[in-house]
Structure formats: structure tokens, C-alpha cells
Design a protein around this ligand. Structure first.
Ligand code: R5P
Length: 298
């Protein structure tokens, strides 16, 4: 079965990179808005009997979802064999419980929506916390790839004498994996979040690590308050300027500028969301799943 990749707006670089690695074609589509704000999607390439890969990372997901839905449905109407959504950043994973009465578990609702139009999903380190597996909420085959190895390699190549720091208990899963493969010590801090931009972090005894370079590792950097708060504590404790590493460069509003100004030695992210801080390419991790998914689809 032939594979054709479509880039949703903003995902063109990744789609081209994957097409090269898979020796596959990239598809042409017109995706735009009508003057009334509705979405227009037209597939211009031949998709009949092909595996259609939709490349669309899902930060700011609300505006992306309908074009993605229409593209996938149009492809199936045009007799594509199957559609595979490559969404390196998967949205709504932090809304994994009802925090206040009247809210919904939107991770679950979002998963149902996506499962209703894509035949499979590939993503990178989704924020699995109270929901432990994507298969618990997605009704389609899912593949999760991990950034730990590429991040470890980047740290080995770029940071001298690191000590890894996870800002909260949720980060332990990533930090411990990166620490194991770099053979470096790690610390996990305690975090209390009081609001979207109100975060408090407690820092343990650091005397043993004064000569180390702290490397803060987290999955998502959104408002950057978690990292900024941690950087402040490490500075107060007399540690060297920390290096910040995030998997997903969500960076809402002026978060990136604020983080750079907080006294860090640098900020590095993986290319799951296009951003100037991207320095760790993960596209190699996607190739196998895309190449093999749908081989038996009819
Ligand atoms: C949540 O627990 C995540 O692992 C991150 O720590 C969090 O999303 C970071 O958010 P922010 O950058 O808004 O502090």
C-alpha cells in the first residue's frame, strides 16, 4: 500500500522530513477559512487505496480539530485505505479528572472525538498521569514514542556534569528514564499548583550538587511558571544557572521570553511543536509505526 502524507498548516517541515524517511509522497490540499469562519478543505492529490498520514501536532487544538476532521473524512470518502494521525503533541491530556463540580474529563471526550475520524494515532510522551494508558480512552490503535533517549543524547553532548531535576512527581517518569540512560543523578521536587500561573515548588537539600549543572526536565512547558519557580529556588540555593529541557514547547503568551529572562543557561526542546528552542529531532521515532500501520486494513 502506498503512503501519502498531508501537512496541516504549520506542520510542513515535519511532513516533508517524514516523507523523505519513508520514501513516500506528500499530498496537496487546500485548507482555508471561508469569510464566515467555517473551514474549507479540499484534497488535490490522489488518495484512493493509499494510507493517508495526517501530520498535525495538537497544541492550540480547538482551531485545528475541524480541518483535521474534514481532511480525514474527505480522504475516506475518496477511498483512502486508512488514515493515521501523527500528532507529536497530544492535547487535553492534563484534564484527566473532574477538578471542580460541573467540569468534564476532557481527555476522554477529546479522545472520543479523535477516535471518530482517525484510524490510528501516533504521539510523543502524552501527559499520562491519572489515565495510565492511551488505550484506556482511545478506541483506535495508538502508538506512544518516548523522547528520553534523544534527550539523554542531547544532554550527554551538551552539558558537563549534569544533575537532572524534575519539578514535580509527574515528571519522575521522564526524569528517571533520562537519568538512567545518561548515568547521572536526579532529584524530583514537590509542586503545588494553585492556579494557571500560580505554582509553588519545594527544593530539597542540594549541597551535594553544587558543582553540577542542574538540568530541569519536564514534558510540557506551557506558562513556564513551573520551570521559572524551580529556577528561582535553585538560584537561591546557590546552584549554577540551570539548563531547561522540555519535550513539548507549548509556550503560551510571553512564557518563553520570561523563562529566558529568569536566569537560565539555556532552553532546549524537542521538535514536537515547531519553536525556536527546538534542538532535538524526534522524527526517526515515528517512521516504524507509520510504515507498518494499516498493512492489513481493507
Ligand atoms: C504538569 O504536571 C506538567 O508535567 C508540567 O509540569 C506542566 O504542564 C508545566 O506547566 P507550566 O509551564 O504552565 O507551569
Amino acid at each position: 500500500m502506498k503512503t501519502i502524507l498531508f501537512a496541516l498548516p504549520g506542520n510542513e517541515i515535519l511532513a516533508r522530513l517524514l516523507a523523505e524517511k519513508l520514501d513516500a509522497e506528500t499530498g496537496e490540499a487546500t485548507i482555508r477559512r471561508f469569510p464566515d469562519g467555517e473551514s474549507y478543505v479540499r484534497i488535490l492529490s490522489q488518495v484512493k487505496n493509499k494510507k493517508v498520514v495526517l501530520v498535525c501536532t495538537l497544541h492550540q487544538p480547538d482551531e485545528k480539530l475541524l480541518p483535521l476532521y474534514f481532511l480525514s473524512k474527505n480522504a475516506k470518502d475518496l477511498r483512502a485505505k486508512c488514515t493515521c494521525l501523527v500528532a507529536p503533541y497530544l492535547a487535553y491530556m492534563r484534564q484527566d479528572k473532574v477538578f471542580h463540580p460541573g467540569e468534564g474529563v476532557t481527555s476522554r471526550h477529546f479522545a472520543r472525538l479523535v477516535s471518530g475520524f482517525a484510524d490510528s494515532l501516533l504521539t510523543v510522551d502524552p501527559h499520562l498521569h491519572r489515565i495510565s494508558r492511551l488505550d484506556d480512552i482511545y478506541d483506535i490503535p495508538t502508538k506512544v514514542v518516548h523522547a528520553a533517549e534523544p534527550i539523554s543524547k542531547w544532554i550527554k553532548d551538551n552539558v558537563e556534569n549534569p544533575v537532572l531535576v524534575g519539578p514535580d512527581s509527574e515528571s519522575e517518569q521522564w526524569v528517571s528514564e533520562v537519568a538512567e540512560s545518561t548515568g547521572t543523578p536526579f532529584l524530583v521536587l514537590e509542586k503545588i499548583r494553585r492556579g494557571d500561573r500560580d505554582v509553588e515548588v519545594s527544593v530539597p537539600q542540594l549541597d551535594a550538587y553544587r558543582k553540577h549543572t542542574p538540568v530541569l526536565v519536564d514534558d510540557i512547558i506551557s506558562t513556564a511558571r513551573t520551570m521559572i519557580e524551580t529556577v528561582g529556588h535553585l538560584k537561591k540555593a546557590g546552584m549554577k544557572a540551570p539548563v531547561c529541557v522540555g519535550v513539548h514547547a507549548v509556550f503560551s503568551g510571553r512564557a518563553y521570553r520570561d523563562l529566558l529572562a529568569s536566569g537560565v543557561a539555556g532552553v532546549t526542546t524537542c521538535n514536537t511543536i515547531p519553536h525556536e528552542s527546538n534542538a532535538i529531532d524526534l522524527s526517526d521515532l515515528y517512521v516504524d509505526f507509520i510504515a507498518h500501520f494499516g498493512k492489513t486494513a481493507v
